[in-house]
Design a protein around this ligand. Structure first.
Ligand code: WQD
Length: 330
């Protein structure tokens, strides 16, 4: 069975490609390298012994996407390719709306035209906006007033309505919480271009001495220690959740939170990183980051009940593997 993975050289995409290959799927990757590197393809070969077919294309380009659908008979598609920096989306809303929504529309159109009847979509907990945790799939969507979150909510709507209008088109919307960590080999991991927006890659670069110190955004939240609480999930657990989602996808629309159901504060994560890896991470408390919420974690009972999947790796696994990748792998 062949699966098209858009954004398959990116952080979550590459880890999902590894798990798909381990489960005997053929994989075709489409990626425009906007936030990934071609060398990841070689590293996927080193890890799996398989070199997936790769197309360097922008999946908003309908003609180029159609050429791939003509060449391959896909059993399904996992759509990761997208712009995903919340702050950047406020500065460049049109880039985000165009790229994230047109790509979803082009891919959906090709799925209908070429009878590809399983579409797994990379969504985000951001669609819940500022609601009390634990967050449940049946909650009303209140995408934070940032274009990134809006593009995820709009893409979900497009896919839900398309599935309703085409009974053979089955959709799985996976809402990620905070993916961190890396493959145990250290060959693939979170490797953002430029200064990291997210906490974990910033921590690993401070630990390595590439950045001077971590700024902890806010120390006065109503949480266990005043710092922000999030639901961190190991990227390999997340990848395994995608394989289970595509296997369990039959008809209609499924919506699942992919998290651990547990909250961890910034200080708890940083201290775990220091303790497990035996390295220092200098930090200072600064003001809150605009748009941040105090606490965000998932209710994960639905995915466990319906797909029989749950996250298994621990915070210690996450910080160990994140450091292993920063150090350059095996
Ligand atoms: C985590 C915690 C920060 C950096 C975002 C997107 C979400 C998803 C994941 C795409 C917060 C604190 C961070 C730093 C800090 N992206 N922090 N210093 O904001 O929970 O989620 O990334 O799908 O959609 O919203 O992740 O890693 O940026 O922040 O103190 O230098 O770490 O305040 O409490 P976030 P994050």
């Amino acid at each position: 069975m062949t699966i098209l993975v858009t954004g398959g050289l990116g952080f979550i995409g590459s880890h999902t490609v590894v798990e798909l290959i381990k489960n005997n799927y053929e994989v075709v990757i489409a990626d425009n390298l906007a936030n990934s590197k071609l060398e990841v393809l070689e590293r996927l070969y080193q890890i799996t012994g398989v070199r997936p077919i790769f197309y360097q294309i922008d999946v908003t380009d309908e003609a180029l996407v159609e050429e791939i659908f003509r060449k391959h008979k896909f059993a399904g598609l996992i759509h990761f390719a997208g712009l995903k920096a919340v702050g950047e989306s406020v500065e460049k809303p049109l880039d985000y709306y165009y790229n994230n929504i047109v790509s979803t529309m082009v891919l959906s159109k090709m799925c209908l035209r070429y009878q590809v009847d399983k579409f797994v979509f990379s969504s985000s907990a951001t669609v819940y906006g500022e609601q009390p945790s634990p967050l449940r799939e049946d909650m009303e969507l209140k995408p934070r007033t940032n274009p990134y979150g809006e593009t995820k909510a709009i893409s979900e709507r497009i896919l839900i309505d398309t599935a309703r209008a085409n009974e053979n088109f089955a959709v799985s919307l996976l809402r990620y919480f905070n993916p961190i960590g890396a493959h145990e080999s250290g060959l693939i991991g979170e490797d953002p271009n430029g200064i990291p927006n997210n906490l974990m890659p910033f921590v690993t670069k401070v630990a390595k001495g590439l950045l001077v110190k971590l700024s902890v955004f806010g120390h006065d939240y109503d949480t266990v220690d005043g710092t922000g609480v999030r639901d961190y999930i190991h990227v390999v657990d997340l990848a395994r959740g995608h394989v289970r989602a595509i296997e369990g996808l039959d008809t209609g629309v499924s919506i699942y939170n992919l998290g651990t159901g547990k909250g961890t504060s910034v200080l708890e994560l940083v201290n775990a990183f220091i303790r497990v890896n035996g390295v220092d991470v200098p930090y200072e408390f600064v003001g809150r980051r605009s748009g941040d919420v105090a606490t965000c974690f998932a209710d994960v009972s639905k995915v466990e009940r319906e797909l029989g999947w749950k996250a298994e790796l621990t915070i210690e696994d996450m910080v160990r593997d994140a450091w292993g990748f920063e150090q350059g792998g095996e």
